[in-house]
Design a protein around this ligand. Structure first.
Ligand code: BEZ
Length: 233
């Protein structure tokens, strides 16, 4: 049979649709998540150390993500029974960095056929032809891919950064602003760039609470409280 070749999804694309079997029952993606943000992430294999450390971290943060209207969905090319056995082992036996008795309540997709991994560009043959790399897709409530981060097999993800990106994406939407390098809630935000000479002039002369480094680079304050309130925290 001829192999189906998929192009890699890009930021701004609609999340490719699929139906899958997971550790929490069948899902219809992204339809079942309409109105919610989703972090869809892949991992190379069950019963491996880096992945175990990542799953424990994600599971520990899951409630925090839920408060930000965000659901987690994991995937690997292992089968359902392997997933179940691995998650049971994590809960019953693994204590790591103060985390123990960790229950992974979010769905973990079985993708033995590699259908979903291929559609999402999670299989990168130069790294491995049999294991998904560590991909992270941030998908918004309308089912649009908003950020993609890839990590190789040997490097565990930075969960602080994953949370920061989610907060930044939601803040950009909530306040129609952009966020500068290393932005964190409470830091100044970037006012959309002036789109005409008139606006550029106004900006430079404005007495509004804005700081312009030049006409194309203006920031304003956005209190942490307001950012967190808009996230639902
Ligand atoms: C790990 O999760 O430890 C791992 C998985 C695949 C390749 C290398 C490391």
């Amino acid at each position: 049979m001829e192999e189906q070749i998929y192009s890699m999804p890009r930021i701004g694309d609609k999340a490719p649709e699929f139906k899958a079997v997971t550790t929490q029952g069948d899902i219809n993606f992204p339809g079942d998540y309409k109105g919610k943000w989703v972090i869809l992430f892949s991992h190379p294999a069950d019963f491996t150390p880096v992945c175990t450390s990542e799953f424990m971290t994600f599971a520990t943060m899951a409630e925090d993500f839920k408060k930000m209207n965000t659901e987690l969905v994991g995937l690997s090319v292992d089968g359902l029974y392997s997933h179940i056995a691995w998650l049971r082992t994590i809960k019953e036996k693994i204590e790591y960095k103060g985390m123990k008795d960790v229950e992974v309540k979010f769905p973990l997709i079985e993708d033995i056929t590699m259908e979903v991994s291929k559609r999402y560009g999670m299989l990168q043959p130069g790294e491995s032809s049999t294991k998904a790399v560590r991909a992270v897709f941030f998908i918004d409530p309308k089912g649009t891919i908003r950020t993609i981060i890839y990590y190789p097999l040997a490097v565990g993800r930075n969960f602080d950064e994953i949370k920061r990106v989610l907060i930044a994406l939601q803040t950009a939407d909530n306040f129609s602003v952009a966020l500068p390098a290393d932005w964190r809630p409470g830091d100044d935000v970037i006012v959309p760039t002036a789109g005409s000479c008139g606006v550029a002039k106004e900006r430079m002369e404005s007495k509004e609470e804005m700081h312009c480094y030049d006409w194309f680079f203006c920031t304003k304050k956005l209190e942490e409280e307001k950012v967190l309130k808009a996230l639902g925290k």
